[in-house]
Design a protein around this ligand. Structure first.
Ligand code: SAM
Length: 276
C-alpha cells in the first residue's frame, strides 16, 4: 500500500469517527442515541432519499449473507438486518461500527460488524451473496481497489448495490460548467486544464459539523464505471438526487419538485447494481 493511501486511510478513520448524518441529526435536534431519537433520524433519512428502496431491494436479502460497507448512522444497515439478512457491517472508523452494534443489539441480533478497510476486506473470497456500499467507495482513495474487493468477496451469482458521486451532475454543470464541459470533451478522462475541487466545493458533498470537508472525494462517470466493473457479468445504472435550484440565494425550484426528473437526468448520485 502506498504512503499516500496510508495517510488517506488514517484521515478517513479520524474524519468519519463523527457519524455521517450528524448534520441531519443536529438539524432535527437529536443529541442522543435513544431508540426514539434513532427512529426520528431514520424517518428523516428515508424521506430525504425516497428512492433508496428502489436501488437497494431489501426484499431479496432474507436469509442471505449481506455485507454493508460504510455504515454512517446505520439507517440502511438496520433495515437490511430487519429484512432478515445475515447482516455483516464494515467501516474504517470505529464510531459507525459502534452505532451499528448498538442497533443490532437492540434488535437482539449478533453484532457482526467490524472496523476495517474495504481495500483489504477482512472477508473470505466468494463469501457474500450481496454487498451494499452507499456513498462510501468514493471516499476510500481507491475506487478501483474497493470494486475489486467487492468482486472478490461476492459469490458467483451475487450482486453489489453501490452509490457513487456523478461527475456530470446538475450541481457540477451549474457550479463548474467549464471544467465539466472540458471533462466531457476530453473523452471523460481528467483534463490537465481542470481546476481541482476547492474545499468549499468538496464540503458541499460531505462535511463535518464544523464544516470540514471529507479527506477524499472522487466523482465517477458511467463510462468510467463500466470499465472498472468490466469483470462483472451485468451492470445497470440509475441517477438520483439533486439540490434546490437557486438564484442569488433564492429557491426557484425546490429539490422535492426537481427530484423526479432532474435526479434521473443529471442526479448527484449514480446508483448501480453489478451482478457477478
Ligand atoms: C458518506 S459516509 C456514508 C455512510 C452511509 N452509507 C450513508 O449513506 O449514510 C461514508 C462511510 O464510508 C466509510 N469509509 C470510508 N472509507 C472506507 C474504507 N476504505 N473502508 C471502509 N469504510 C470506509 C466512512 O467511515 C463512512 O462511515
Amino acid at each position: 500500500m502506498s504512503q499516500a493511501q496510508i495517510i488517506t486511510d488514517r484521515q478517513n478513520r479520524e474524519f468519519w469517527e463523527e457519524l455521517c448524518g450528524s448534520s441531519l441529526a443536529r438539524s432535527l435536534g437529536i443529541k442522543d442515541h435513544y431508540p426514539e431519537s434513532l427512529q426520528r433520524f431514520d424517518r428523516a433519512y428515508l424521506e430525504l432519499y425516497p428512492y433508496l428502496g428502489r436501488h437497494v431491494p431489501l426484499q431479496v436479502f432474507r436469509g442471505k449473507k449481506v455485507l454493508e460497507v460504510g455504515l454512517g448512522y446505520g439507517t440502511l444497515g438496520q433495515k437490511i438486518a430487519e429484512a432478515g439478512a445475515d447482516y455483516h457491517g464494515l467501516d474504517i472508523a470505529s464510531g459507525p461500527v459502534r452505532m451499528m452494534q448498538l442497533r443490532l443489539a437492540r434488535l437482539g441480533l449478533e453484532p457482526k460488524t467490524v472496523q476495517g478497510n474495504m481495500l483489504s476486506c477482512p472477508f473470505k473470497p466468494e463469501s457474500m451473496d450481496y454487498v451494499v456500499a452507499i456513498g462510501s467507495y468514493h471516499h476510500s482513495g481507491d475506487l478501483a481497489g474497493c470494486i475489486n474487493e467487492t468482486h472478490r468477496v461476492l459469490k458467483k451469482g451475487g450482486s453489489a448495490f453501490l452509490m457513487l458521486y456523478n461527475r456530470f451532475s446538475l450541481r457540477q454543470w451549474l457550479g463548474r460548467p467549464k471544467d465539466t464541459l472540458r471533462r466531457l470533451c476530453s473523452g471523460q478522462r481528467p483534463s490537465p486544464a481542470e481546476t481541482p475541487l476547492s474545499a468549499e466545493q468538496k464540503s458541499r458533498y460531505d462535511s463535518s459539523l464544523t464544516g470540514e470537508a471529507a479527506p477524499e472525494t472522487v466523482f465517477s462517470t458511467i463510462s468510467q464505471l463500466k470499465g472498472l466493473l468490466s469483470h462483472f457479468n451485468r451492470v445497470c445504472f440509475h441517477k438520483e438526487n439533486c439540490d434546490d435550484l437557486t438564484f442569488r440565494g433564492r429557491v426557484l425550484l425546490s429539490r422535492k419538485k426537481l427530484l423526479p426528473w432532474a435526479g434521473p437526468m443529471a442526479g448527484l448520485d449514480i446508483y448501480l447494481r453489478a451482478d457477478k
